[in-house]
Design a protein around this ligand. Structure first.
Ligand code: ADP
Ligand code: MG
Length: 238
């Protein structure tokens, strides 16, 4: 579960070609990190995988099933954004429950999932608070919790730590790595932070102007960058 295959994926907005022939096979449980300059199409790629944008060409498969016509809700994935996108008028508990309550899930199961996520993220102490009463780091945990309760086969995280201060970024990064170890789900992660990419990724995908420039393990990209552009992004000598 959580295997994602992109074949020749293209996405245009009007005349603007944002994704050009993206080919990538993401394995079950893999932690894949996308890096690349602002505007190169990272968020758009995540949104097309999530089903929030339709592809203009090519094929997306999840666990062997073609999903171009499958809605976001039915793809079994969960997305975490840079801005937490929590409901300000709801408690943490209600934020976590939102979405599950609209399904046919039994109440007991919803409660169990919420409690499990709360334990995992150590947010039990503020389940009855509203987002406005939380720190940035606490809010981002709730946002991650909202993804966890859905038990997705893959998590799509778009610069989830970039609103946190440096110290909190480091500790939350370590928590994310631990969480990945525990859940074993596929993680598809966008960042512009080279240290995050190097420490979290099984494989790093370097993007440039809507194309994949190079894919490899952090060590491969560091030792053998395909060109100066990749080297610059990875922080390798060049
Ligand atoms: P990144 O996340 O790498 O910074 P994005 O995927 O957000 O890049 O954007 C890639 C390009 O697509 C940018 O030129 C952006 O302006 C454009 N773009 C993104 N979303 C839309 C949209 N809904 N309509 C038109 N253009 C868009
Ligand atoms: Mg982006």
């Amino acid at each position: 579960m959580g295997e994602i295959k992109l074949t020749d994926v293209k996405k245009s907005f009007g005349a603007l070609a944002v994704l050009k022939d993206i080919d990538l096979h993401i394995r079950h449980g893999e932690f894949v990190v996308f890096v690349g300059p602002s505007g190169c199409g990272k968020s758009t790629l995540l949104r097309t995988i999530a089903g929030l944008e339709k592809v203009s060409g090519g094929e997306i498969e999840i666990d062997g099933k073609r999903v171009n016509e499958v809605t976001a809700a039915d793809r079994g994935l969960a997305m975490v954004f840079q801005s937490y996108a929590l409901y300000p008028h709801m408690s943490v508990r209600q934020n976590l429950a939102f979405g599950l309550e609209n399904s046919n899930m039994p109440k007991a199961e919803i409660t169990e999932r919420i409690n499990e996520a709360a334990r995992m993220l150590e947010i039990e102490a503020y389940m009855d608070r509203r987002p406005g009463q939380l720190s940035g780091g606490q809010r981002q945990r709730v946002a991650i919790g909202r993804a966890i309760v859905r038990r997705p086969t893959a998590f799509l995280l778009d610069e989830p730590l970039s609103n946190l201060d440096a110290e909190l970024r480091v500790s939350t990064r370590a928590e994310l790595a631990a969480l990945h170890g525990r859940l074993g789900s596929t993680m598809i992660y966008v960042t512009h932070d080279q240290v995050e990419a190097m420490t979290l990724a099984h494989r790093i995908v370097v993007m440039r102007a809507g194309k994949i420039e190079q894919v490899g393990t952090p060590l491969e990209l560091y030792n053998e960058p395909a060109n100066r552009f990749v080297a610059g992004f990875i922080g390798a000598p060049h």
